[in-house]
Design a protein. Structure first.
Length: 568
């Protein structure tokens, strides 16, 4: 018996942030886009640049790219619409207002404290002092000086710099060594570094793609859950007993989803020279009608979670056999003239990186990961080339790792680059490989689901999430009526369409529910309702009063807690 073919490893890093802008004022309500660019997007590019023999797929969501472009414009014009950036370079933090002071104190401890605060003694002292004063009363923060705030906002940005930047930029070493009493000139120098890194993010990935090392893929524009835009009932297949919204369906959902796919490809072509070959659907949420829609739009590959494959194999009456034999191959979906290839992530390997290896020594974690791949290859039938898909968030995991995952990623990429029987490949490359074109790789049926639990329960099927959908359905009915009336001119209609698209994103529904951190739920709840209210105003309608009330119990609990603190 001959040895198995080299294992083909797909590393897909998904980069996404929802639209955090107030579309009325243009102000950013959260700073996560530029902070992740400073820390994670810069580090992930640097690791690939340092090891050009490793191929990867980087999925860039269009609304993330739009916001990176927005920040680039802000830096170029010095017209800052992010309040945290304005405060970083504020001339006199002793003279800021109560709301700005509150913003700094609320925002500048929002990170993983064990990895991003406690390793830095000066930053930890700032936190300990704030916690001590806060324990004395809700208004204790007013006693903190402008210098305290200057040090706080500086350390927050220092903690959000990528580890590769810290090893390259002397300014960061100087500031972190100094530790306290940062001057306005030093804060401005840090701001200039932030501007340079964030503004250069997209270009770094463009160069990696042009070199052939990285395949850039995309996602429907505002990251909507595609199957739910098509039909709410599609979620019942995997969760038949869950409650659902009173509305039967999202009105005009197919045309809306087609808009997100079409606009994503237009955006991708404008930025990178051609439409993307493939898409990572938002949250890996797929259904057979959605995959057929993608194929009709010229998308050649998509991806989802392992549980979706196993459920689909059972529905198709196909023997799953050993997990590794079913999972480690791409599948062709659909029987029409334009079938689409679908990859299914190895949930276990992907989750090791996402959730487990953070507690390991970096080189030990990388060695374990490679051993797992070697075992998969050894178990493959002779003559077969297993395709292992490791797909996960490329930004949020690293703040839980020491040094932002620096040692793990460097060790992993070095090991893969020199391995004789593991080949890193792009999705487009694996999809076109004739070795994967047999009838055994055709999947006639697909059960609707996502990478989370294999179903759509994270976005529908509970009181809070259903309520959010019902509010969106009502707004969409109003949108359709107003556009049909001809009351809006072309510019006004385009603004309303974009605001509607922002409301269709997946992140709002993800956060609704009292199982999430209360403050985060409150923030997303408030922003979602503001987006819906702005949609009504763009339609020249009065926003309904129900948008003044929190949707989620988690948001309500946070609101009650804050009211009690103010009364104490």
């Amino acid at each position: 018996m001959g040895a198995p073919e080299p294992l083909q490893l797909i590393l897909l890093w998904h980069m996404h942030q929802p639209d955090f802008r107030d579309h009325d004022s243009g102000e950013f309500k959260q700073p996560w886009v530029y902070l992740h660019a400073l820390k994670d997007y810069s580090d992930m590019a640097a690791h690939l640049e340092a090891q050009p023999r490793v191929k990867a797929v980087v999925n860039l969501v269009p609304i993330l790219l739009d916001q990176l472009d927005d920040y680039t414009d802000q830096f170029a014009t010095a017209q800052l619409r992010d309040p945290l950036l304005r405060l970083l370079v504020h001339e006199d933090l002793d003279r800021i207002g109560d709301e700005e002071r509150k913003l700094l104190l609320d925002q500048c401890f929002r990170s993983n404290h064990s990895k991003m605060v406690e390793p830095f003694a000066p930053y930890k002292r700032l936190r300990d002092l704030y916690e001590f004063l806060s324990a004395q009363g809700a208004e204790a923060g007013c006693y903190l000086s402008g210098q305290y705030l200057a040090d706080l906002v500086t350390w927050y940005h220092l903690s959000w710099t990528g580890e590769t930047l810290r090893r390259e930029r002397e300014l960061l070493v100087q500031l972190m060594t100094q530790g306290a009493n940062f001057t306005l000139a030093q804060r401005r120098a840090l701001y200039e570094l932030v501007a340079q890194v964030v503004s250069g993010t997209v270009e770094r990935y463009r160069r990696l793609a042009q070199s052939g090392q990285v395949e850039l893929s995309t996602t429907p524009y505002f990251h909507p859950i595609g199957p739910l835009l098509l039909e709410f009932d599609s979620a019942r297949e995997a969760m038949p007993d869950a409650p659902f919204p009173h509305a039967d369906a999202y009105p005009g959902g197919r045309s809306r989803l087609a808009w997100h796919v079409r606009e994503a490809q237009t955006s991708h072509a404008r930025r990178f020279g051609a439409p993307a070959a493939g898409m990572w659907p938002a949250e890996g949420a797929v259904s057979l009608p959605f995959c057929e829609l993608l194929a009709d739009q010229g998308v050649s590959w998509a991806a989802s979670g392992e549980a979706v494959l196993l459920n689909s194999l059972r529905k198709s009456g196909m023997p799953a056999g050993p997990r590794e034999h079913a999972l480690y191959r791409p599948y062709r979906i659909g029987t029409g003239a334009r079938p689409i290839t679908c990859f299914f992530r190895d949930d276990r390997l992907s989750d090791l990186i996402g959730f487990e290896y953070k507690d390991w020594h970096g080189s030990d974690a990388a060695a374990d990961f490679v051993r797992q791949l070697e075992a998969i290859r050894a178990a493959a039938p002779a003559g077969e080339s297993p395709v292992v898909s490791v797909m996960l968030d490329g930004e949020n995991a690293w703040e839980f790792y020491p040094y932002n995952g620096y040692y793990f990623l460097r060790s992993l990429y070095d090991a893969l680059a020199s391995h004789l029987s593991i080949e890193t490949v792009h999705c487009a490359q694996a999809a076109a490989d004739p070795r994967h074109a047999s009838d055994a790789n055709r999947l006639p049926e697909m059960v609707t689901g996502s990478w989370v639990f294999g179903n759509l329960s994270t976005w529908i099927g509970s009181a809070d999430k259903n309520r959010a959908w019902e509010l969106l359905v009502s707004a969409k009915h109003s949108y359709d009526l107003v556009l049909a009336s001809g009351r809006l001119d072309a510019r006004e209609a385009a603004a309303a369409a974009r605001q509607l698209a922002a409301c269709e994103g997946s992140d709002w529904f993800w956060w609704f529910g009292d199982y999430n951190p209360a403050e985060s739920v409150r923030s997303f709840d408030r922003l979602y309702r503001a987006y819906l209210a702005n949609l009504y105003r763009l339609l020249k309608l009065v926003p309904p009063a129900q948008l003044d009330e929190p949707i989620s119990l988690g948001a309500l609990h946070a609101q009650t807690h804050n009211a009690m603190r103010r009364a104490a």
